[in-house]
Design a binder for this molecule. Structure first.
Ligand code: C2O
Ligand code: CU
Ligand code: CU
Length: 556
């Protein structure tokens, strides 16, 4: 298909290049030189891919607009053959839903009843939401099997893509892996304006992409090695489908992406079928729309992080294919250099948490992995950092489209950090456990105490003999201020003097901290709730979280 040659030379590309800062233009120039041969599509010809499922009016990921009537969300066994996994969230409201996408407006009531139909305790956490402890679902209170738990609050978050998943300490990784997850689409005036300006329709020109490496046909099996490195599945699925495609027209598309892997970090990029790398515009992330779009060549996306991007197909030719891929990078599992014995010098932290668990959860001997066989330790058939195709965008129709990306997407003042205290938080591995400031999580303890309505700068420092940790704070969005001593693969992608990446801008709730790196974030502890509130701060590598890489935070 000679038409493939057309896309990279197109005016779209020139448009993307306009107004780039020096650093980013360089990054783009570097990025357009493919360094791994990638000429063929991994999914092969049209016959071997499946259409990308999108949230519709019912069914898997279907959109439910919340209102004053509480929505019953039932956590239980998935219907046979659903392909979601062994477990699913189910809801009924003018149709039946599997892992529904909850749609709500900023300022509106959020009323959900969790109905626990599992044979184990659970609780739902609304990831990224600024709520009180009772509504956070952070794990301090659980719903026993057969019990219900009511959530009721008004949405304070900015418009953006959030998500929900289980948060029972010690079992979060298992329950997410087995299929319990869903999206939350928060709308506000800015997101309305964007949809109007670009003529975006959810489900067709605005696509939701949930990226997971969990195999829906398998149940979770924990192991000591996995609790050190994290769970890595052997294939990537987007909305449940491996090798997905979407038929598209010659216009702008918005991709709203969630990394819902237990542990795997991705490096997202776009390329043509002939291997030419194409830039995209980042318009938002965890905390909603950025103030302005930023051109980006490729973006890391760690567990729980979201990315909102625009893909420009205005000058594509019919027959062109654009591939969303995860590119090769160094996963930097420097903890593999730690003594191999470290992984086994303490019993499996999960053992005992699962009364009546299977052999796999109750003290099975650790697989002989760790230092000896790094691949088995973090990826088996698909090591972390190895390239894979995710989704093909196949240009099928020519459409008239004359919209342009607004120069301003939202208003977001920088966090005022005058007088803010700096709180150092060290991420490291000691005595067989990942730790924050040398501590592991103890339920009910809050080693971090913060005065309400103050601003703090959290200095997240990761040791060199470590691995990347995706650090997540409940309850309070934060601003990434600066990255220091970043590894080359991060530093080379920085867009400002603070060493920040395009995906660091705006507001975040999860930030990936690489080995040897220091990341400063500003957290404003604004809180309208009476009384002290407690929230977890943890690594979103869920195996790390379950094994105790988490501290309680008290805000009073
Ligand atoms: Cu997405 Cu504490 O979790
Ligand atoms: Cu969260
Ligand atoms: Cu971690």
């Amino acid at each position: 298909m000679s038409s493939h040659q057309r896309l990279p030379r197109s005016p779209a590309r020139r448009r993307l290049l306009q107004g780039l800062t020096g650093a980013c233009a360089l990054a783009l120039a570097r990025a357009s030189r493919p360094d791994d041969a990638h000429a063929d599509l991994v999914c092969g010809n049209a016959g071997s891919t499946q259409p990308l499922p999108q949230p519709g009016a019912s069914g898997f990921l279907g959109r439910i607009r919340l209102d004053a009537t509480p929505l019953v969300l039932r956590a239980g066994a998935a219907p046979p053959g659903s392909g979601v996994g062994a477990l699913a969230y189910q809801a009924a409201r003018k149709g039946t839903f599997l892992n529904p996408t909850l749609v709500v407006r900023k300022g509106d009531p959020f009323r959900v009843v969790l109905d626990n139909a599992l044979d184990q305790a659970t609780i739902v956490h609304w990831h990224g939401f600024a709520v009180d402890t009772r509504n956070d679902g952070g794990g301090s209170v659980l719903a026993a099997p057969g019990e219900r738990y009511d959530y009721a609050f008004d949405v304070r978050n900015r418009g953006g893509l959030y998500w929900y998943h289980p948060h029972p300490h010690g079992s979060s990784a298992r329950q997410l892996h087995d299929g319990l997850y869903g999206l939350i689409d928060v709308e506000d005036d800015d997101t309305d304006a964007l949809r109007r300006a670009l003529d975006l329709t959810p489900g067709s020109t605005e696509l939701m992409l949930v990226l997971r490496d969990q195999d829906p046909a398998r149940r979770y099996a924990s192991s000591v090695a996995q609790s050190v490195h994290g769970f890595y599945g052997d294939a990537l699925r987007v909305n449940g489908v491996a090798c997905a495609h979407a038929d598209v027209g010659t216009r702008l598309y918005r991709l709203r992406i969630l990394n819902a892997c237990n542990a795997r970090t991705l490096l997202l990029g776009l390329r043509t079928a002939s291997g030419e790398r194409i830039a995209f515009q980042v318009i938002g992330n965890d905390g909603g729309l950025l103030p302005a779009p930023v051109v980006c060549a490729a973006a890391f996306l760690a567990s729980a992080e979201r990315l909102d991007i625009l893909v420009d197909l205005r000058d594509a030719a019919i027959g062109d294919t654009l591939v969303l891929e995860t590119r090769a990078f160094d996963p930097m599992h420097a903890e593999l250099a730690l003594p191999a014995a470290a992984a086994a010098d303490e019993p499996d932290p999960h053992a005992g948490h699962h009364a009546g668990g299977t052999a796999a959860t109750s003290g099975a001997p650790p697989p002989a992995t760790s230092a000896a066989d790094p691949h088995a330790a973090h990826g088996g058939a698909w090591p972390e950092g190895a390239a894979r195709d995710i989704l093909q965008l196949r240009v099928r129709t020519r459409v008239a489209y004359d919209r342009t990306v607004p120069a301003q997407l939202s208003t977001l003042a920088p966090t005022d950090v005058t007088g803010a205290e700096e709180r150092p938080l060290r991420l490291g591995y000691k005595s067989g456990r990942w730790r924050i400031n040398d501590r592991v999580f103890v339920m009910g303890e809050t080693p971090i105490e913060v005065a309400r309505d103050t601003t703090e700068i959290w200095l997240l420092r990761n040791y060199f003999t470590s691995m990347p940790h995706a650090m997540h704070l409940h309850g309070f969005p934060f601003e990434v201020l600066e990255r220091e001593t970043s590894p080359d693969q991060v530093k080379s992608r920085a867009i400002d003097r603070q060493g920040r990446l395009p995906s660091d801008l705006g507001r975040k709730d999860t930030v990936l901290v690489w080995p040897g790196e220091s990341v400063r974030v500003a957290v404003r502890f604004d809180m309208p709730f009476a009384g002290a509130q407690t929230y977890p701060f943890h690594c979103h590598n869920l195996e790390h979280e379950d094994a105790g890489m988490m501290l309680g935070v008290k805000v009073a």
